[in-house]
Design a protein around this ligand. Structure first.
Ligand SMILES: [Zn+2]
Length: 152
């Protein structure tokens, strides 16, 4: 895209461009330092040229009407309740954890888990059984050998 002229930035600042052009200028402003400085120049110049406000009261009234309208629409909007906010669920989870810990439910749960683990260990596994047989087999062989040696 070509650089944007000072005059065009004046139009941009005065909001006298069609939407499409304005969007192009928006994009270019983020990508181009040169045009950004031109744009800043335009803003500075425009600030000095700003017309003195002739109708202060009318302006204030208009702002107040806007504010009142906004307040009305805010009142109409459904009040977002505390439990509708995601943060609430984190707080709730933390509170529940603390509650469970303080009432000993957690340690109770931990006991159940360790009991379960202990029960598992009592069951002889296939490997353990195999190893025991193997050991007793070796024992017998050793015994036989020592018996044979004794006979010699
Ligand atoms: Zn540029």
């Amino acid at each position: 895209m070509m650089h944007i002229s000072y005059e065009d930035w004046v139009l941009y600042v005065k909001n006298q461009l069609d939407e499409e052009t304005r969007e192009q200028y928006d994009t270019h402003l983020f990508e181009c330092g040169q045009c950004l400085s031109t744009y800043m120049e335009v803003i500075e110049a425009q600030e000095q040229q700003l017309p003195v406000m002739q109708h202060d009261e009318a302006f204030t009234d208009a702002v107040m009407i806007k504010i009142n309208q906004q307040q009305v629409t805010e009142k109409k909007m459904p009040v977002s309740k505390f439990y509708h906010k995601p943060a609430f669920h984190y707080v709730l989870a933390a509170a529940m954890t603390l509650f469970l810990m303080s009432t000993g439910v957690f340690s109770h749960l931990m006991n159940i888990v360790s009991d379960f683990e202990a029960n598992k260990k009592n069951e002889p596994s296939v490997v353990e059984g195999f190893m025991k047989n193997k050991v007793s087999f070796i024992d017998k062989e050793v015994q036989k050998k020592s018996e044979q040696e004794e006979k010699k």
